[in-house]
Design a binder for this molecule. Structure first.
Ligand code: THU
Length: 160
C-alpha cells in the first residue's frame, strides 16, 4: 500500500475589485444572470457567465421545478447553452456567483459535484483548461486555473 496525496492550489481575491477588469466584467454579468434565477423553492439564486474564445459571453441561472430533480444548476444551464449555441468555440473562463434570498452569502460558493463533472466534459473535449471563478453575493472570489483542479479523479470517457 502506498499513500497518494492530491494537492489543489487556488487563488483567493479579497473581493471583486481585486480581479482584473475583464474578470470583473464577467463576474458582473454572472451577477446580472443571478438576478434572473428561478429559485422559488430553495430561495438560493446562482448565476454563471462563460467567456468563449470567439468573445461571446453566455449566461445561465438556476432553474427550479416543483418536481425537484427536474431543475438545473446555473453552471450547467450556461455550459449546455454554450455547447448548443457555439459548439466549436473554446470555453476560456466561467464566473459563478450565488446569493441566498434569506441571508447574506459572503463566502465563495463552489460549483456542485454534478456541475464539476459537466464542466469537466468540455474541458477534456477542448483540450484546454477552463478557468473557474466563484464567489457568494459579496466578499472573496476564488479562482481555480482549471476544472480538473476542482475534481481530482474525475470520471472520463477514455474508460468507456
Ligand atoms: N445550484 C446551482 O445553481 N449551482 C450549484 O453549483 C449548486 C446549487 C442551485 C440548484 C438549486 O436551484 C439551488 O442552487 C439550491 O441547491
Amino acid at each position: 500500500m502506498k499513500e497518494v496525496k492530491i494537492e489543489t492550489t487556488l487563488q483567493v481575491y479579497d473581493d471583486i475589485h481585486e480581479l482584473p477588469k475583464a474578470l470583473q466584467d464577467l463576474m458582473r454579468t454572472a451577477i446580472e444572470a443571478r438576478e434572473n434565477a428561478y429559485a422559488p423553492y430553495s430561495k438560493f439564486n446562482v448565476g454563471a457567465a462563460i467567456l468563449l474564445d470567439n468573445d461571446s459571453v453566455v449566461i445561465g441561472s438556476n432553474q427550479e421545478n416543483a418536481c425537484f430533480p427536474s431543475g438545473l444548476c446555473a453552471e450547467r444551464t450556461a455550459i449546455y447553452y454554450a455547447g448548443a449555441k457555439y459548439p466549436n468555440a473554446k470555453i476560456l473562463k466561467m464566473a459563478i456567483t450565488a446569493s441566498s434570498q434569506n441571508q447574506v452569502t459572503d463566502k465563495p460558493i463552489p460549483p456542485c459535484g454534478a456541475c464539476r463533472q459537466s464542466i469537466a466534459e468540455y474541458e477534456i473535449k477542448q483540450e484546454q483548461p477552463i478557468e473557474i471563478y466563484f464567489m457568494g453575493a459579496q466578499g472573496k472570489v476564488i479562482k481555480s486555473s482549471s476544472l480538473a483542479n476542482l475534481l481530482p479523479l474525475l470520471f472520463e470517457s477514455s474508460v468507456l
